[in-house]
Design a protein around this ligand. Structure first.
Ligand code: SP5
Ligand code: ZN
Length: 339
C-alpha cells in the first residue's frame, strides 16, 4: 500500500497539556509517527513518499481568516516568551461572534475551542504538511491510480472545525481529502477514532453530497463533550447525512462490532463513490485516554469490514496515544484492508 507522509510533522511538538490544573507531557507527540512508520516497515508491503507543501489545499474547507490567523500566529510564536516555550496558548474564549475580540490574546480563544491546541513556530507548516498529504492521497485515489492510500501524519485533524482548532487538531486532513473527492461524486467519511469527529461533522453538516459517520465514545463522558450525540443528524440539505454512534466507556469487540456494522450500513445506503476513513487507534485497550477495550487483533477485523464496502478509500491517521499499541494497530488495520 502507498503511504503518504508529512515530512514536516515533527516541527509541531507541544511541550505539554493541561490535566486537572497541572501540566503533563502532551499525548500527541512526534514519536507517534515514528512508531507507526517503524511498524509498517517491519511488516513490509508499504511504499513511502513525502507530499509537497500545497498552500491552497485547505482553502475549500477552512475559513480564510482562520488560515491567515494560524499562519501569522505560528510566525509570531517564534518571538513568544513564557518558560522559553515559544508558544501561544489560549486563555480566554470570547463566546459567540464578538467584534471587540480583536487583539492577539482574544483571537487565540476565538480560533480555538480548548486548551489542548497551542500554536508553536512550526505548527502551521506541520499542519499544512498533513493537509497536503491528505490532498495528495485524494488525488491518487480520484485518478484511480490506487484503490487505497494511507496518510501517515500528525498533528491529527478531525477535531478541527471550519474556523477553530481544538483537540490537538489544526487543519482537518480527512475533510480536505473528502472535499477534493467530492468534486467527482458523493463521498462518505467514516470516523473510527475513539473521539467524535466534531470538526468533520461541522464542516459538512449542511452538505447532502458528503455523508459523515462517526463511531466513538459517548461524548456525555468523553472528549469533545459538546458534540457527537446520536440526535445530531445534519441540517438543511444535509439533514440525514450525519450519523453518530456513541458507545459507553469500556466497550469491547462484542459491542463495537454491531456499532461498526450500523455505521457501514449507513455508508452503503448512501451509495458514495469514495470513502475517507479517519482512523484513530485510541480505541485500543491500552490507550491512555480512550477508555474502550479493543485488542490489537480486532483492528484487522475492522479493516476487513471497511474494505468490504468496496470503495476507493483514503485512510487518514487521527489519534492513538499508546506508542506500543499504535504501530501494531495500524499494521493490523491496513493488513485487514489489503487481505
Ligand atoms: C485526535 C484526537 O484523538 N484528539 C484527542 C483530543 C483529546 N484531548 C483531551 C485529552 C484529555 C486527557 N485527559 C485524560 C485523563 C485520563 N486519565
Ligand atoms: Zn481521538
Amino acid at each position: 500500500m502507498r503511504v503518504i507522509l508529512n515530512s514536516r510533522h515533527a516541527d509541531h511538538a507541544a511541550p505539554g497539556e493541561f490535566e486537572a490544573g497541572a501540566v503533563i507531557p502532551c499525548h500527541e507527540a512526534p514519536g507517534r509517527c515514528g512508531a507507526i512508520r517503524g511498524a509498517l516497515e517491519a511488516a513490509g508491503g508499504f511504499t513511502f513518499e513525502d507530499a509537497a507543501q500545497n498552500e491552497g489545499c485547505v482553502a475549500a474547507v477552512h475559513h480564510p481568516a482562520y488560515v491567515a490567523y494560524l499562519r501569522g500566529a505560528s510566525a509570531e510564536a517564534r518571538h513568544a516568551k513564557g518558560g522559553g516555550l515559544n508558544s501561544f496558548w489560549p486563555t480566554v474564549f470570547p463566546f459567540g461572534p464578538n467584534p471587540r475580540a480583536r487583539g492577539a490574546h482574544a483571537l487565540r480563544g476565538t480560533y480555538c475551542f480548548d486548551v489542548y491546541t497551542p500554536i508553536l513556530p512550526g505548527t502551521f507548516g506541520a499542519a499544512l504538511g498533513g493537509a497536503s498529504a491528505a490532498f495528495r492521497a485524494a488525488e491518487l485515489v480520484a485518478a484511480g491510480a490506487e484503490k487505497q492510500v494511507y496518510v501517515l501524519t500528525r498533528p491529527p485533524g478531525h477535531h478541527a472545525e471550519h474556523d477553530r482548532c481544538g483537540g490537538y487538531c489544526y487543519f482537518n486532513n480527512a475533510a480536505v481529502a473528502a472535499q477534493h473527492l467530492s468534486r467527482l461524486g458523493k463521498v462518505a467519511v467514516l470516523d473510527l477514532d475513539v473521539h467524535h469527529g466534531n470538526g468533520t461533522q461541522h464542516i459538512f453538516y449542511d452538505r447532502a453530497d458528503v455523508l459523515t459517520v462517526s463511531v466513538h465514545g459517548d461524548p456525555a463522558g468523553l472528549y469533545p463533550f459538546f458534540s457527537g450525540f446520536a440526535d445530531e443528524t445534519g441540517t438543511g440539505a444535509g439533514l440525514g447525512a450525519n450519523v453518530n454512534v456513541p458507545l459507553p466507556p469500556g466497550t469491547g469487540p462484542h459491542e463495537y462490532r454491531p456499532a461498526l456494522a450500523r455505521a457501514l450500513d449507513a455508508v452503503a445506503r448512501f451509495r458514495p463513490e469514495f470513502l475517507v476513513l479517519a482512523f484513530g487507534a485510541d480505541t485500543h485497550e491500552a490507550d491512555p485516554i480512550g477508555g474502550l477495550k479493543l485488542p490489537t487483533g480486532f483492528f484487522g477485523e475492522m479493516g476487513a469490514a471497511v474494505r468490504g464496502l468496496g470503495l476507493p478509500t483514503v485512510i487518514v491517521q487521527e489519534g492513538g496515544y499508546d506508542l506500543g499499541a499504535l504501530g501494531a494497530s495500524a499494521v493490523a488495520l491496513l493488513g485487514g484492508f489489503e487481505a
